[in-house]
Design a protein around this ligand. Structure first.
Ligand SMILES: Nc1nc2c(ncn2[C@@H]2O[C@@H]3COP(=O)(O)O[C@H]4[C@@H](O)[C@H](n5cnc6c(=O)[nH]c(N)nc65)O[C@@H]4COP(=O)(O)O[C@H]3[C@H]2O)c(=O)[nH]1
Length: 689
């Protein structure tokens, strides 16, 4: 024990030293100083367990002596040494924080040792309590302490702040004063059960503030046993208010289920409501209707007036739609300009007709958006549950298919899903529906198949071949969807996308330092006769700063023969621009060789139908060599496609076909693979011979 003795009276100091050394079980280190100033200085560099302080020193006297020492060392226990007449003063000092006082004339060794131990212990407890009180008052968590009967005996400042009461209004009451009525009796029963069994309960409780507002808090309640009998003496509840947390949780939840633009439920919430609606319809033996709406001409408005106006229009449409349905119905925005409605608990099918008409009517009046007056109409598809097909997962699809029927029926009308929209017709319609969206959703991909120059064995060109990466159907080949694109006219925008994407790709390869190659792109009949085709191509090439001769457009004979005059005109325009033209599948069509000389084309492409059985099939062999010869004589290039084996390759290169294309060299592959191929191909030996 390290003791600081501050005593100027030498005999007293000697006496104390002697008493301390008597009967001591502790190791005593006594550090004796006669002046307070010296003691204060010593405290700066040394630590002591306790101080024994005489109140009359040469440089300090009375209460002041204690106060100065206590101020400098507030955690040091101090025992005051007094004379017999100073007892009153000593008691005052005990009040001010001294741990004990000893009358010098009454000192004994035992008393001194007991007092030292007691003083040190008391100071330690006092410091601990003071720390606990500081924590209690300064913590951000609200703390409430009750007795065993749940009468509140203490609350901290934070608790008052959270609840809005002052402590006097709370003390003596029970926690029921905060009840929010958000929890059942069973909830509290279980809380008490757990608390009494385990001594602790943690969870979320909604309470009520003085203002009446309810708020959520994370609460940790501990049962504190009495020291004496180990029975529960107090309950301590610590409250962390989580209103902010709850709000952000609710906000996140809202965002996950709503369309941020219109505030309407999104597809996820729609599906959820649909599932609930179906269950309810089953229970109540009632009916629900699902409507699928798409705005006619929205894309046009969006493209011409810009996206911000398009967005404004969607918000206005959502608002009008909201007014057409009841509280219990759901109106959702599925994406883009597509909306869906669930009409719940319908008594009769005719009710839906009424709503559909109301919607058409509501949207038919002019919209004023961004200073523009615009008109939109809507096509609506309707289906029912229970209905023709009780497959719940197909309800939205059925309404979607019916909506396309409405579009086909001249838009601005509604159609019910009917049985004849199923099976093949349904499949086809679904395909069409999905194809319509594929471009917007960026589901088309271009694959590239290399063309090998027979002379050098190098890749001198690629053919761009479209694929559709459909989320529902997987990777679809063009044979399955090009005819439908043609039929619906969608081939025009899709074809333009193909040209642009292929050109961009070529530019990328050139910029990356690969040798320049021909990019062959298929054109469809409808695209070929598109009025601004040549201008569009010129624009794309110019924008990308690409040499036009690197683009080779593949046409079929029938496309050119369909209307020869206009075809010749277009071909001349392309020729003037410098773009190359190949006749695909040459020999399979109806072209008269006589016409060929009028057509400014650059390449004849031999169909894989003729390549397939080379060289054994003598008819195919003579057609293939005739086409190659014809090309050579007319100074045209020749390409054979569908080369799958070495015999075919040998025959064709033997006939001096210029370029070969087929699985023997590579299947059509994504662009990255071509880059890889180009890296290795140049080093490959020439294939023929
Ligand atoms: N059996 C066999 N087949 C081979 C071999 N090498 C290549 N092929 C396939 O033969 C087709 C050649 O294209 P195509 O005659 O222009 O015939 C194309 C073309 O007419 C059309 N097409 C493809 N992409 C487009 C496009 O972007 N626009 C238009 N309008 N039509 C396209 O779809 C047709 C089919 O395209 P794909 O399915 O990609 O089929 C491609 C290709 O994958 C081989 O060694 N053996």
């Amino acid at each position: 024990m390290k003791i600081l003795l501050i005593e100027d009276h030498k005999p007293d100091a000697i006496l104390l030293r002697e008493l301390l050394s008597e009967n001591s079980t502790d190791q005593i280190h006594l550090f004796h100083l006669e002046r307070l100033g010296d003691a204060l200085e010593a405290l700066k560099s040394r630590a002591f367990d306790i101080a024994l302080l005489d109140l009359s020193l040469p440089d300090a006297f009375g209460q002041e002596t204690f106060r100065r020492l206590n101020r400098v060392a507030p955690s040091l226990p101090i025992i005051v040494l007094t004379g017999i007449d100073d007892q009153e003063l000593a008691m005052d000092l005990a009040q001010a924080g001294a741990q004990d006082y000893l009358v010098k004339s009454e000192l004994s060794s035992g008393l001194l040792h007991r007092s030292l131990h007691y003083a040190i212990e008391r100071k330690r407890t006092e410091l601990k309590l003071r720390l606990a009180a500081t924590v209690f008052e300064s913590t951000l968590e609200g703390i409430m302490i009750t007795d065993a009967k749940t009468n509140i005996i203490s609350v901290n400042e934070a608790f008052c702040e959270i609840t809005g009461y002052v402590s006097e209004e709370i003390i003596g009451c029970t926690p029921t004063m905060f009840e929010s009525e958000r929890h059942s009796k069973a909830f509290f029963r279980q809380l008490w059960d757990v608390l009494n069994k385990t001594g602790q309960w943690r969870g979320e409780i909604w309470n009520r503030r003085k203002s009446g507002e309810v708020f959520p808090a994370w609460v940790n309640i501990s049962a504190v046993p009495n020291i004496v009998d180990d029975k529960i003496g107090h309950y301590v509840a610590v409250f962390t208010e989580i209103t902010e947390l709850k709000l952000s949780e609710e906000r996140l939840n809202y965002l996950a289920h709503h369309d941020p633009l219109t505030g309407l439920p999104n597809r996820l919430l729609f599906q959820d409501r649909l599932a609930q609606g179906i269950l309810q319809a089953q229970r109540r033996k009632s009916m629900i209707a699902v409507m699928f709406l798409d705005l006619d001409r929205f894309k046009l408005i969006n493209d011409t007036l810009g996206h911000p106006i398009g967005d404004e229009l969607l918000v206005a449409v959502a608002e009008r739609l909201r007014r057409c349905a009841r509280e219990t119905d759901t109106i959702a925005r599925l994406g883009g300009d597509e909306f869906a409605v669930i009409l719940s608990s319908m008594a009769r099918e005719e009710d839906v007709e009424h709503v559909a008409q109301k919607i058409i009517q509501a949207l038919s009046s002019v919209f004023c958006v961004g200073g523009h007056e615009v008109f939109v109409t809507t096509s609506i598809g309707i289906t029912f549950y229970p209905g023709l097909n009780n497959d719940r997962s197909k309800l939205l699809e059925q309404a979607d298919v019916a909506m396309y029927h409405a579009k086909k029926h001249g838009r601005n009308n509604y159609q019910y899903y009917t049985a004849d929209m199923n099976a093949a017709a349904y499949e086809r319609l679904m395909l069409e529906t999905n194809l319509r969206r594929a471009l917007e959703r960026e589901e088309f991909r271009l694959y590239y198949q290399p063309q090998i120059d027979v002379q050098s064995g190098a890749v001198t060109g690629v053919e761009a071949l479209i694929r559709w990466q459909s989320p529902e159907l997987g990777l679809v080949s063009p044979g399955e969807f090009i005819p439908l694109l043609e039929e619906t006219g969608l081939i025009v925008p899709v074809g333009e996308w193909v040209i642009e994407t292929a050109c961009r790709q070529m530019k990328e390869w050139l910029d990356a330092g690969y040798p320049s190659m021909t990019m062959a792109v298929n054109l469809s009949a409808r695209q070929f006769h598109q009025v601004d085709l040549v201008e569009r191509i010129a624009q794309i090439l110019q924008e990308l700063n690409l040499p036009p001769e690197l683009l080779e457009l593949e046409l079929t004979e029938s496309m050119v023969m369909e209307s020869v005059d206009s075809a010749v005109e277009i071909l001349h325009k392309l020729k003037r621009m410098g773009v190359k033209v190949a006749i695909d599948d040459f020999g399979t069509g109806v072209s008269s060789l006589g016409y060929l000389k009028h057509f400014p084309v650059d390449t004849l492409k031999i169909s894989h139908d003729f390549v397939l059985n080379l060289p054994r099939d003598s008819v195919d062999a003579s057609i293939a060599s005739a086409v190659i010869n014809l090309a050579r004589n007319m100074q045209l290039s020749s390409v054979a496609e569908g080369v799958e084996n070495a015999e075919q390759m040998d025959f064709l290169s033997g006939q001096d076909c210029e370029r070969l294309q087929g699985y023997l060299f590579s299947r059509p592959v994504p662009a990255e693979k071509i880059a890889e191929l180009l890296g290795t191909w140049q080093a490959m030996p020439k294939k023929s011979g």
